[in-house]
Ligand binder design. Sequence first.
Ligand code: GLU
Length: 312
Amino acid sequence: MTRDIPRLLQAIADDVRPLLDQGDVASYIPALARVPRRQFGIAVATVGGEVYGAGDSERRFSIQSLSKMYALALALQREGDALWQRVGREPSGTPFNSLVQLERERGVPRNPFVNAGALVVTDVLCRRYLQPERAVLELIHRLLGDTTVSIDAEVARSERAHSDRNAAIAHFMRSFGNLHGDVGAVLDAYCAQCAVAMSCSELARASLFLAADGVQPRGARVVDALAARRIGALMLTCGAYDASGDLAWRIGLPIKTGVGGGIVALVPGRLCVCAWAPGLDANGNSIAAAAAIERFAAAIGASIFAGEPSRD
Ligand code: GLU
């Protein structure tokens, strides 16, 4: 099967080209508003160590909320299950940057992938590390065995200068006692972590531990097997904000999306695939990247719900 992957990825890159004019780039972060829309990349990394790509699979882009997978892994490594006293595990059914549930639910975010939940995760990292964004970056370096990935300082500054909504979320949670550190420091770290720039092939490789029970192939254990499976469960149910149900229905895999246009999907035990195209739908998910991953998962029969009927 892996012999056919390069051809499949090229066919997908050709197929989604008409979609590249659709959607809008994330204009609420001015540095991202300048990213040209007609770009597409896709890459696959297998647990056996192969990497395949098509289109702009080596071009780095802003990972934005994809960083939430790595920050969560780090917070679970350091904090363990205590984290779940401060963050829920339910889909939100609201936009990624919404405040509405927080008042009713007394400052406890629905899950670690909406902005409120990710800010609590960053607050945990702020307590554990002097430079929390460096800790996330260094985890990525260890996962890749390569230290060239970096934080795009201009994107970080641009988001930080326009972070009123995330600041409001953070202050609101602090008023309920669910954010312990300094709001400014949490926002600095969060915006820097979102501004890490990586390519599809780097993201596919760096995310393999989530498809391999917490162990990075040819590397060290990152989180225990249960934590990795649980991050996968959260990606399936909450990884694409209020489109999580629709994308689980279309793709049948744990995924995480980001407003930079990237989407990472896990095929447990086998591989990770990452697709990228900057044009976003109204939920902040890349239109062409979602279509590409849907097409890839269908072609290799990767849905986690696929199964041979048991003979017993
Ligand atoms: N940095 C973005 C924000 O907080 C992340 C959102 C995303 O990628 O979905 O608004």
